[in-house]
Design a protein around this ligand. Structure first.
Ligand code: FES
Ligand code: FE2
Length: 408
């Protein structure tokens, strides 16, 4: 984009989003430092991905690689994937099981919890070379992050002095996280991964935008999983940082159908309605999507449960890494439905495919127009919770928070 575009926010405030924030490399670096590498709690894994001691998973926080490991005492550790010696990546694979970790470069060996336990040629050879006598393994382990395990979901932060996980989420968000992660053992059902050529914040916005889902996603509308008149709530929490979208009585008409709803319904019918026929699972009968800034969207829709991990890859792209899960003790029929309904999601999902396409279009549209701005006035101009989904209130509230945090 034009580097002469002034890096200012439009005078209208949070009802506008200037397009330069999706492309500016310096701003992007500052976002990584402020959020992902700052005081945020970042989603990194589910504990069922590393069920046994020695199991590990490579994960990303922003553009930094970390490794999630289960130690011998069954505690979970997260450390920087960067050798304490000269910086080589210790782990090159996404998942595995080991007794200890050996860096490929000079073969320093680390325990599961990251402690340095062996340095080849430490005493030198034939009395020559070797480490100085004051070199202590205890001072040269892999750098560990603070870790919080919430009912089987694993979170990490680089900040040694930041808020607790509970304070970072706030009470409303925490109670909804605990609704799906009550401490019931989890079961891993699968993954999908995709690279979306748009700025990572566009995905955060997409999941704070129930309005688009009633128009773009014809599959949801056609088969009754989501409609503009579905009873719902859009609730910004933690000062707009996180967002909650709730729907209830999905599939039931709340009002006479508007012309827009009718126009968006087609005459198509599925021969096998299994894929669009959830069974009621949660007592509250709600369908809930949570954006927990900056790194994850948690979805419960139809009978799928999923974590959508946002991994930025420069200002113009991000990886979206989906993890689908259920509960270890659930009936086989529910697991079957979760897998069936997972067809809605992921890179080729009946619903989610469209998000990848429109976000890449939005990035292409905005890229060379950094001096122009998006309008987010649907549902009014304020940032208060709303009891419907025809609104962009979650986006406005998010940019209120973002501008304060970034000093813009
Ligand atoms: S860089 Fe890892 S052992 Fe040297
Ligand atoms: Fe969408």
């Amino acid at each position: 984009m034009d580097m002469d575009t002034p890096r200012v926010w439009p005078a209208e405030g949070w009802t506008r989003v200037p397009y330069w924030i999706y492309t500016d490399p310096a701003l992007y670096k500052r976002e990584l430092d402020t959020f992902f590498y700052g005081k945020a709690w970042n989603y990194v894994a589910l504990d069922c991905e590393v069920p046994n001691p020695g199991d590990y998973k490579r994960a990303w926080i922003g553009e930094r690689q970390v490794v999630v490991v289960r130690a011998k005492d069954r505690s979970i550790h997260v450390w920087e994937n960067r050798c304490a010696h000269r910086g080589a990546r210790v782990v090159w694979q996404n998942k595995g099981r080991v007794d200890s970790f050996t860096c490929p470069y000079h073969q320093w060996n680390f325990a599961l919890d990251g402690k340095l336990q062996g340095v080849p040629l430490k005493r030198g050879v034939a009395g020559k070379g070797g480490m100085p006598s004051d070199f202590s393994n205890a001072n040269h382990g892999l750098c560990s992050l603070r870790v919080h395990v919430e009912g089987g979901s694993v979170w990490a932060t680089f900040a040694s002095d930041g808020p607790t996980f509970e304070d970072y989420c706030g009470p409303e968000m925490l109670s909804l996280i605990r609704r799906v992660f009550p401490g019931r053992p989890l079961k891993l059902l699968g993954y999908s991964r995709q690279l979306i050529p748009s700025n990572w914040k566009m995905y955060v916005e997409n999941l704070k935008d129930p309005y688009h889902a009633t128009l773009l996603h014809s599959f949801l509308i056609t088969f009754g999983l989501w409609r503009a008149d579905t009873q719902s709530e859009s609730v910004p929490v933690a000062g707009g940082k996180h967002g909650i979208m709730v729907s209830r009585n999905v599939g039931k008409k709340a009002s006479a159908e508007t012309a827009e709803i009718q126009r968006n319904k087609s005459q198509l019918e599925l021969e096998d309605a299994d894929t669009v026929t959830p069974i009621r699972e949660f007592d509250d009968g709600k369908v809930i999507g949570l954006t927990i800034f900056p790194s994850v969207v948690m979805h419960q829709q139809a009978n799928t449960l999923g974590m959508r991990h946002i991994i930025p890859k420069g200002p113009g792209a991000f990886e979206l890494s989906w993890t689908y899960y259920g509960y270890a003790d659930e009936p086989a029929e529910l697991t079957r439905l979760r897998l069936r309904h997972a067809n809605l999601y992921g890179p080729a999902g009946y619903v989610a495919m469209e998000d990848g396409e429109v976000l890449s279009e939005a990035q292409l549209g905005a890229a060379e127009y950094g001096h122009r701005s998006a309008v987010v006035e649907m549902g009014g101009k304020d940032v208060e919770p709303q009891d419907h989904m025809v609104t962009e209130v979650l986006i406005r509230a998010f940019y209120k928070y973002y501008r304060e945090a970034m000093g813009l």
